[in-house]
Design a protein around this ligand. Sequence first.
Ligand code: CP
Length: 319
Amino acid sequence: MKQFTSVKDVENVTELVKEARALKNNPYADKTLGENKTLGVIFLNPSLRTRLSTQKAAMNLGMNVMVMNIDKEGWALETRDGVVMNGTTVEHIREAARVFGQYCDILAIRSFPGLKNREEDYNEEIFNKFIQFSGVPVVSLESATLHPLQSFADLITIEEHKKVQKPRVVLTWAPHVKPLPQSVPNAFAEWMCQAQKEGLIEFIITHPEGYELAEQFTEGATIIHNQDEALKGADFIYPKSWSSYHDYGKILHNGKGWMLNLERLKITNQAKVLHCLPVRRDLELGSDILDSTESLVVEEAGNRVWAAQTVLKRILENI
Ligand code: CP
């Protein structure tokens, strides 16, 4: 593996999940693979799970890890090209990325979208500059449009907990007070569409009209606007809020009726509930679900380690 920014960097997700589950059973099998190799973990935005699970994964492989919250600890970064830097920015991403490449063998980066300019966000302008200028393999810790390590961990969790050969997996839009990026649902859709192609699952998306995700990520998914209809017979449900892609970055719906609680799960096939976290209780998802055995959110967060470790292992084997 040369980089990890999307499911497109993976040949076969079935095999990748098998490898992750084997690593989970034997976490230190490759504890010298990363000896004398350095992972730089760079955040332009906050994190709990991604930060800690990626560090732990790298440590399990024997890597050295350097973490930097560049938004708070670095010089104010200029990401635009062709500007005279006579304002508040001090360091250009072109130099900063090259310098990271001098110190690190692999870079892992988080850079959220601005949700103002769709073209800029969907061209991954900031993320692609790190790839272009660092000169080392780059792992996405969530970009403007995708969160592939999260989706990989989600698929590991589904495979671990499935009770039928080909479970019905439903991604459902959920309410929120803030407009959120589409990166988690885009990536989840992209990974689940690939898992469906490989025969692992059946994949359904439900959301109010106006919340259609970019088609490039949903090809092969069944899209149903009636949430109850979508939830019928579901084995796994993935509630997640996102802002509109078409009316970019906007909240279009007051959310009434879209938050799930235990009562709403009765029409499912005793569905287990996933969420990437952090989650706003009783706004995005009912606390009765989160406090019940139907919730897999903590196990899912635990699987972030094995997702990251598998990706780092594959990249290290290719360096
Ligand atoms: N799910 C996830 O990426 O969590 P953090 O934002 O806390 O890293």
